[in-house]
Design a protein around this ligand. Structure first.
Ligand SMILES: [Zn+2]
Ligand SMILES: [Zn+2]
Length: 264
């Protein structure tokens, strides 16, 4: 059994809590530490019970309180070997014996089995995760410029997939507050997944045993939860997939605790 819940999800800060019977994990810790601790307490999760933080990449919306949590609660940090140096540079002084590098093979933390997969993003190293415990299996994939066949293969057959749906392309292109360079970066194959790109992935997942998707890491400037939801659902319907019947779609709230999913 595991419970999975987003604590925050947007370009401003990301954090997912995974609770098992004996082990609790965070995927990223990209929000203010006091805010994070407060949310854990609201979910009846003692911050001292966090065994480890799994890091996706070095951007500040994913690592803001990693160093603070390690210093305060002694949790371990799992980081891909390719991203270790840059992450260590950004999180301040930590006990390096608590920083564990992983490579591309599966590893275990408590009762969880964890497999990482590389994502195309403008970071030194960016990964997604498949976390499983018995038959309960979920995948996390945000911060990717496009979804490769390999990425999609990792998401298939998971009971829950948390997937980036970052921006509406038109909103981004028309956003006068964004420079052309920034727009090109976000739209590139090393940027972020658009609503439409995400819709196509969700459609493939619906045809491959995935029953629940959470759309995540929405841009606060170039997307809205409603537009994101409608774009994905309209695409699914056009492809003969019925949202809510063939696959359930949830949106991760940007700043609030999301739905608690219980996977068995
Ligand atoms: Zn991000
Ligand atoms: Zn990023």
């Amino acid at each position: 059994m595991m419970k999975v819940v987003t604590l925050a999800s947007s370009s401003k800060g990301n954090c997912v809590l995974v609770m098992g019977e004996k082990t609790n994990l965070l995927i990223d810790a990209g929000i203010n530490i006091n805010n994070l601790i407060e949310k854990l307490k609201r979910l009846n999760c003692d911050p001292n019970s966090i065994t480890a933080i799994l890091n996706t990449h070095e951007h500040s919306d994913h690592i803001k309180s990693v160093g603070g949590l390690m210093r305060k609660f002694g949790c371990l940090l799992y980081v891909h070997a390719d991203g270790r140096d840059v992450v260590l540079k950004k999180i301040g002084n930590v006990d390096e014996r608590k920083v564990i590098s992983f490579f591309d093979q599966e590893f275990s933390v408590g009762e969880f089995k964890i497999k990482s997969f590389k994502l195309p993003h403008d970071a030194v190293s960016c990964v997604g995760f498949v976390v499983s415990c018995g038959n309960a299996k979920f995948a996390y994939a945000t911060d990717l410029g496009f979804a490769s066949e390999e990425t999609i293969d990792n998401l298939k057959n998971c009971k829950l997939v948390i997937l980036e749906s970052n921006h509406d392309e038109k909103m981004l292109i028309n956003n006068k507050n964004y420079s052309e360079i920034l727009k090109r970066r976000i739209l590139s194959r090393n940027g972020h997944l658009s609503n439409m790109a995400s819709a196509k992935v969700v459609c493939t997942l619906a045809q491959n045993n995935v029953k629940q998707v959470v759309l995540a890491h929405l841009s606060l400037e170039n997307n809205t939860p409603q537009l994101c939801y409608e774009t994905v659902c309209a695409y699914l319907e056009a492809m003969g997939v019925v949202p809510g019947v063939n696959i359930k779609i949830d949106i991760a709230p940007a700043e609030h605790i999301g739905t608690v999913f219980v996977l068995k």
